[in-house]
Every structure is written in C-alpha cells, then in structure tokens.
Design a protein around this ligand. Structure first.
Ligand code: ZN
Length: 266
C-alpha cells in the first residue's frame, strides 16, 4: 500500500508516529498551520511556528525518509483578533518561497464570526496575489453547514481563485455535495469519534464518488490516529473495493491536487 497523508499536524506527534506512517506506506505528509492548543501571545510566536513548519519539521521527517510539506496562515480560532491576524498575514510572504510550502491554510471559520470572515477574505486575497493553493478548515458540529456556505461564498466571490485549486476540509454527509458542486475539492477527516469515522467516510465515497476527494487523519495533539488513512484503506478492502480504486483515493487524489503547486514533487 502507498498513500499520502494530506493533513497531519506532525509538530505534535512523536518519532514513533513517523516510523509507523512510513512503515504503512506513507510517501509524503502535508502539514497545515493551525491552533497550538493555546493562543499565541503575539506575531513572534507565529514567526517561530512558521520556521518550525518550513525548516525544522521537514528535517525531522527526512530522518524517516518522508517528504514533508507545509501550509501557512493564522488559524481561524486566533483570527478573532484582527490586529494580530493582520500582523501575521504580513509576515507570511517571506516564507512563501521556502521549498516545502504548498499554499495558504488551514484558513476558514471557527465560530462563523464577522472578524473570522474578514480574516478569511484577507487570506484568500493573499493566496490570489501570490498564486498559492488554498486549504480550508470548516467549523465543527452545528456551525459546519452555515460555516461551509459562508466559506464557499467568500471564495467564489474572489474571481481570481480557480475552484480546483481549493480544498475544503472536514466535510461530512451534509456538506460534501455543496462543496463538490462548486468544483472545489473536498477533504474527509478520519477521527475516532467526531468528524468522519472510517465507515462514514467510505459510505460518502460510495455515495458521492471518488473524484476530487481525499481522506486525512488530521492527527494533532488531541485524540486522533496518525494511521487513520491506511486503516480506512484496509476497511475499503474488506468492503470489496479494488486495489486500484483504493490507490486512486489515498494516493492518486492528494497527489493530483498537491502537484498543482510546482513545489510538490514525488
Ligand atoms: Zn488541521
């Protein structure tokens, strides 16, 4: 089996996780910038984090033979502070030339507030001006449907953005269709409890097809499973999926999306 982990917060994982992923057939890992579990005290905290994502973490992954890519932004949870968001967005361009940077993400909404929406627009503008791919986080539970609609509206309102260069992550049964209908990509996050379980994700694939859709573990500092993608692939086998179909979902699709950035090489 071979696969790409398109969304893993590796800075919060151990070397055992890296070893297990490589052993399971992981050929590349992509790490969006996100909330650290606590609010950073200022722009310097983000500067250090971006250095970690573009310098230290790729080197750590390389020790296990795993190519590491990253995405940069201020996450929606800390975007409520618009002054901080403006400062953080202003330092991102100096990191965009780093060899492992794929784009702007994971941007989006957390509580669907006015400030978060404004910062989302700034990020979309940043991506458009710098010709970057976009990776979007959608809100949790009861905020997801409304938040996804708001996010799609913001992105579609910016005519510089090509939909096939945007992935909307953490889709579920009630949001996957509206995302795919826009021509954007959809990501399913495999969590043991919330978001998608493996069984639900495979149901979604069987209902909505395998075009422009990927699966990720979104493994971070909370309860999450770094091997969620290959484990779901085993579940797909049990359900009678053909090997080449599984390969198309767990390897082919993320590769097709990511290689729209000239930096992604496999
Ligand atoms: Zn994430």
């Amino acid at each position: 089996m071979r696969y790409i982990e398109p969304h893993g917060h590796m800075v919060s994982r151990t070397t055992d996780d890296y070893q297990a992923m490589v052993t399971a057939g992981c050929l590349a890992v992509c790490e969006p910038a996100f909330w650290a579990g606590f609010d950073r005290s200022g722009v310097q905290g983000f500067y250090d984090y971006f250095c970690q994502l573009t310098d230290y973490e790729p080197k750590r992954a390389a020790k296990f033979g795993l190519p590491h890519y990253s995405w940069l932004c201020i996450n929606p949870k800390e975007s409520e502070d618009m002054g901080l968001a403006k400062e953080v967005i202003s330092i991102i361009p100096e990191f965009l030339d780093r060899p492992n940077v794929l784009g702007i993400g994971e941007i989006g909404l957390n509580k669907n507030t006015r400030n978060e929406l404004k910062v989302l627009e700034w990020h979309v503008d940043l991506a458009a001006r710098n010709d970057q791919l976009i990776l979007v986080h959608t809100p949790h539970l009861e905020d997801k449907l409304k938040g996804t609609r708001l996010i799609l509206d913001v992105i579609q309102a910016d005519k510089r953005i090509q939909p096939e260069r945007v992935i909307i992550d953490h889709v579920e049964e009630h949001t996957v269709e509206m995302v795919l209908d826009t021509g954007m990509w959809a990501g399913m996050t495999l969590y043991p409890e919330s978001k998608c379980t493996p069984a639900r994700a495979i149901d979604i694939l069987e209902n909505y097809g395998t075009e422009r859709i990927w699966m990720n573990s979104a493994c971070d500092w909370g309860i999450s499973v770094p091997l969620a993608v290959p484990r779901t692939a085993l579940e797909m086998r049990k359900r009678g999926w053909l090997e080449e179909k599984i390969d198309a979902v767990i390897y082919g699709n993320p590769q097709r999306f990511m290689r729209q950035s000239p930096r992604f090489k496999l």
